[in-house]
Design a protein around this ligand. Sequence first.
Ligand SMILES: [Zn+2]
Length: 289
Amino acid sequence: MKINRNDDCWCGSGKKYKKCHADFDEKYDSLKRQGFLMPPKKIIKNEEQIEGIRRSAKINNSVLDLVSEKIKEGMSTEEIDKIVYDYTVSQGAIPAPLNYGGFPKSVCTSINEEVCHGIPDESIILRDGDIINVDVSTIKDGYYSDASRIFIIGNASEEAKRLVEVSRECLQKGIEAVKPWGFLGDIGAAVQEHAEKNGYSVVRDFGGHGVGVEFHEDPFVAHVGDRGEGMVLVPGMTFTIEPMINQGDYGVFVDEDNDWTAITEDGSLSSQWEHTILVTEDGIEIIAY
Ligand SMILES: [Zn+2]
């Protein structure tokens, strides 16, 4: 179906097509004809949607700041859950994990060899030397944001601190690899290269994801890959980058008791940081961190 240059743009901006996505489509269609894998149009956000995601992220960022102030040795992960729930709700927002696919809590808390999707519990107490990932996702006025940070409790081992540091660098490398009209594979390649250079491995079974209008949208963002491969990244895409970096092998299994928590197969430590980013005309914007 041909869209007229004076029609409303397909993105829902309310602007005339010629003043909105006409130039974009020329580039998009040309790449598509050349056989590149292009993102579905429905995951390309307009300005109104981006504003909504920013508002959601503002709360999400504040939640993580609050956790960062309060987290300490001797605290249970249930207390972290309460901090997240109470603050989120006080801002007129909803913790996205709560009841998502049956997830029972408002936040994921994953300690040491736990890779992701740890479930807060009053019996899980933070100990000196633990590393804990706190993964926060927020829904505000229907818009989603998602970020996680890892916290070192007390005095962690040098090995644990180095893993945390390198995993942070992996996220940074992944973000730096994002270019408008670049490739999804550029992200995975950059992360994998940095992790493996440091003697670590990258989890394959979980990855980043599109986010914004839904909790989990296309694309799946692998943290391993090859440059110049995979989906083309275009302005208006919003997705997470969240490499899970293991000290040992990349194999993980899901805890049979709760069907959620992913744990390293070899029992080695795992560390993760996550941001939500927006691809812009000339680069990227980090929305949730
Ligand atoms: Zn448009």
